[in-house]
Design a protein around this ligand. Structure first.
Ligand code: KIV
Length: 290
C-alpha cells in the first residue's frame, strides 16, 4: 500500500470514501494499526490517560509525547502519523507553537500535528504552524485540554450559541490552514451541517457520520477500565484477556507447572559435569575458610 498523503485524504473525501483514524501510543499499537490498514494514526494526548495513568490529558509534557510518537513512527509505514501538541506547549505564543510543532516533525518524524480549539489565539497558532511548513489537523467540539472551561467532558453544539460557535470555528480553522478537522462529542445533525459547508475532511468521534472516524485504541480494544464515553464501541476484550493470561501464568509459576520441559535449553553432559566439579571445589574452599 502506498504511503498516505494529504492529497489522497482530500481525494477520499471527494469520492465519499471513509477515512479511518485510530490512536496509538507505542510500537506494538502502531504495528497493529498499520497491519489493519488504517489511513491515519493519531498519537493522541489521550495517551496521558491510557498509557501514563494521568487523570486527564493536561499533565502530559512534550518530552513524554515525543517518546510515544517516536515509537509509533517506528511502527508505521503507510499511515499518516499525526501527533497531538499537549496543553501548555502552544498556549504562550505563535513562536512557542511553531517550536513545539518542529520538535514533533524533526524528533518524531510526525507528518502533521493536531491542535485543539477554534478561538482567535488557536487560529493564530494554526496559521503559524502551517506557515512553518507543518500540516495541521484541527480539533473542535469537545476539546479535552480545556474541558474545564467548557463545563466538563460534555457534548458541545447542543444550544443555539454553541451550535453557531461550532460553525464559526470549523470554517475559521479550515481558513487558518488545517487540512483536516477532528470533531468530538457533537450531535450528528450539527456534524452534517458542518460537512455541508467545509471543504476539508471532518473526522468524527462521538459526532455521528462524518468523512471518517477516530477512536481511542484502548477504548476499542477493551483495555480501558470502567465506564467509557457514550460514543465508544468496544471491538475487543484485550483488557480481560490480558488479566486472564497473567493470572494463568501466575498460577502455573506458583504450582511449578511452568516452565515445562519444552521451555528449557538442552544441556551438554560434559558442561554439567564441569559445573558440578567446580561447585564442589568452591564449596570446599568456602568450608575451609570458615
Ligand atoms: O487525544 C486523543 O486521543 C484525541 C482523540 C480523542 C481525537 O484527541
Amino acid at each position: 500500500m502506498p504511503r498516505m498523503t494529504l492529497t489522497r485524504l482530500t481525494e477520499m473525501r471527494a469520492q465519499g470514501e471513509q477515512i479511518v483514524m485510530v490512536t496509538a501510543y507505542d510500537y506494538p499499537g502502531a504495528r497493529a494499526a498499520e497491519r489493519a490498514g488504517v489511513d491515519m494514526v493519531l498519537v493522541g494526548d489521550s495517551g496521558a490517560q491510557t498509557v501514563l495513568g494521568h487523570e486527564s490529558t493536561v499533565g502530559v509534557t512534550v518530552d513524554e509525547m515525543l517518546v510515544l510518537a517516536q515509537a509509533v513512527r517506528r511502527g508505521t509505514e503507510t499511515a499518516l502519523v499525526v501527533c497531538d501538541v499537549p496543553f501548555g506547549s502552544t498556549e504562550v505564543s505563535d513562536a512557542q507553537a511553531v517550536e513545539t510543532a518542529i520538535r514533533f516533525a524533526k524528533e518524531a518524524g510526525a507528518d502533521a500535528v493536531k491542535i485543539e480549539g477554534g478561538g482567535q489565539a488557536r487560529l493564530s497558532r494554526v496559521r503559524a504552524i502551517v506557515a512553518a511548513g507543518i500540516p495541521v489537523v484541527g480539533h473542535i467540539g469537545l476539546t479535552p485540554q480545556t474541558a474545564t472551561a467548557l463545563g466538563g467532558m460534555r457534548a458541545q453544539g447542543r444550544s443555539v450559541a454553541s451550535a453557531e460557535r461550532l460553525v464559526d470555528e470549523a470554517l475559521a480553522v479550515q481558513d487558518a490552514g488545517a487540512f483536516c478537522i477532528v470533531i468530538e462529542a457533537v450531535p450528528a445533525e450539527i456534524t452534517a451541517v458542518l460537512r455541508s459547508v467545509l471543504d476539508v475532511p471532518l473526522i468524527g468521534i462521538g459526532a455521528g457520520p462524518a468523512d471518517g472516524q477516530v477512536l481511542v485504541l484502548h477504548d476499542l480494544l477493551g483495555v480501558t477500565e470502567g465506564k467509557t464515553a457514550k460514543f465508544v464501541k468496544q471491538y475487543g476484550t484485550i483488557g480481560d484477556d490480558t488479566v486472564a493470561a497473567i493470572t494463568a501464568y501466575a498460577s502455573e509459576v506458583r504450582s511449578a507447572a511452568f516452565p515445562g520441559g519444552e521451555h528449557r535449553y538442552a544441556a551438554r553432559a560434559d558442561a554439567v559435569d564441569a559445573a558440578r566439579d567446580r561447585a564442589g571445589v568452591l564449596a570446599a574452599h568456602r568450608d575451609n575458610a570458615r
